[in-house]
Design a protein around this ligand. Structure first.
Ligand code: FAD
Length: 379
């Protein structure tokens, strides 16, 4: 049976997130974008009303929301600013591998930390020489007695400047590729952990993205999250769980682009009529609606699968790839509908276009999603 009716709880969650977006995110989004500044007070406000770490299990103080609810909430926040939303969601990216593979002690300590105070955390696979090719990472770990010592550099890490702890993927030997990768929970205050250069980005500028240096970082053995050989699988499983959220973010960006475009098309006149009466403008608006609705259905199905124990990486990849590519096209069209006004910061759509681009890049590029999809279809 298929049911598109939302439950009362889902409606209440969407309502809360929508109100928060309107009252707290939209008013600061343009300035945070200009200043490339993450609004910590917005993060704290979101945390206080339960919009951060939503999928954290109840045993550790979390709301234990399903992936579907988390994705729906993500769409709402992204409507206001996908940069601010990305930093909020990075906590979910970092807590997911602990939820999937952590020991009871790790969950109590590190998930408990997330629900007892508004801390930001990060997830780090990417390095200067290894992005799409996760198995090519070279951050090394060596065993010293019972403990581990980590050396290397991560880059493009969301929230790296502010994180209280990081999930770090490292290898015992780069030549082993995926077979050598392990995962660790690394506290920010350990000697040798040093957030570095903050990136000056095209879009999602409110979100912090930075380099992370790991120099002779001694990690206690109890912080091993996945042993050598199990880390790669954990990284892939984490992405499988979080990709529907990127599609949900894309839906939020598209919904905003559509709303802005419709309002503008009704008001702006050329040749004596509102531009919304020109069929070529109508076609762009119709395509926006189609892409938004299809993206929403895809992310909902991918998230529903996860909530019902159906492991389907193909649908997660469909959602991420289609959503990201659609958000890019939709925001390009929104700029087109605004004409010259679309090209200046006085209007909101140029930001949407800049923000959308990274949806095609992080958590697996659109090319990588197509490789995943094709590999599964041809298997
Ligand atoms: C704003 C931002 C936030 C991020 N946050 C995080 C984070 O929190 N944690 C984290 O670990 N990482 C993060 N990343 C990193 C992100 O996941 C990587 O940038 C992404 O996986 C791509 O890797 P790359 O940049 O090294 O590109 P590359 O892997 O060098 O790819 C370059 C181009 O080649 C294409 N390509 C590569 N291999 C193939 C192939 N086999 N077939 C076809 N095409 C291919 C890619 O699609 C891309 O177009 C973030 C990145 C950005 C920009």
């Amino acid at each position: 049976m298929i049911d598109f009716e939302l439950s009362e709880e889902q409606k209440a969650l969407i309502d809360t997130a929508r109100r928060f977006t309107k009252e707290r995110i939209i008013p600061v989004a343009a300035q945070c974008d200009r200043d490339a500044r993450f609004p910590m007070d917005v993060f704290q406000g979101a945390w206080e009303i339960g919009l951060v770490n939503c999928t954290c299990p109840a045993e550790y103080g979390g709301a234990a929301l399903g992936e579907l609810e988390n994705a729906m909430m993500t769409e709402e926040l992204a409507y206001g600013c996908s940069g601010i939303q990305t930093s909020i969601l990075a906590n979910t990216l970092a807590l997911t591998p602990i939820k999937l593979a952590g020991t009871e002690e790790q969950k109590k300590k590190y998930l408990g930390m997330l629900t007892s105070e508004p801390v930001m955390v990060s997830y780090a696979t990417t390095e200067p020489g290894a992005g799409s090719d996760v198995a090519g990472l070279t951050t090394r770990f060596t065993q010293h007695g019972d403990d581990y010592v980590l050396n290397g550099q991560k880059c493009w890490i969301t929230n790296a400047s502010y994180a209280r702890w990081y999930v770090i993927f490292a290898t015992s030997d780069p030549a082993l590729r995926h077979k050598g990768i392990a995962a660790f929970i690394v506290d920010r205050d350990l000697p040798g952990v040093r957030p570095g250069k903050k990136e000056d980005k095209l879009g999602q500028r409110a979100s912090d993205t930075a380099v992370l240096h790991l120099d002779d970082v001694k990690v206690p053995k109890e912080n091993l999250l996945a042993p050598s050989g199990a880390g790669f699988k954990l990284a892939m499983e984490t992405f499988n769980q979080t990709r529907p959220d990127i599609a949900a973010s894309a839906a939020g960006v598209m919904r905003r682009a559509l709303d802005e475009s419709v309002a503008y098309a009704k008001e702006r006149k050329t040749f004596g009529v509102p531009i919304g009466q020109h069929q070529l403008v109508q076609a762009m608006i119709a395509d926006m609606g189609i892409k938004l609705e299809a993206t929403r259905l895809l992310y909902q199905k991918a998230a529903y699968n996860l909530d019902h124990g159906v492991r389907d990486a193909t649908v997660s990849a469909y959602a991420k790839c289609f959503g990201a590519d659609s958000a890019m096209q939709t925001t390009i069209d929104a700029v087109q509908i605004f004409g010259g006004n679309g090209y200046v910061k006085e209007y909101p759509v140029e930001k949407l276009m800049r923000d959308a681009k990274v949806l095609q890049i992080y958590e697996g590029t659109s090319q990588i999603q197509r490789l995943v999809i094709a590999r599964n279809l041809l298997a």
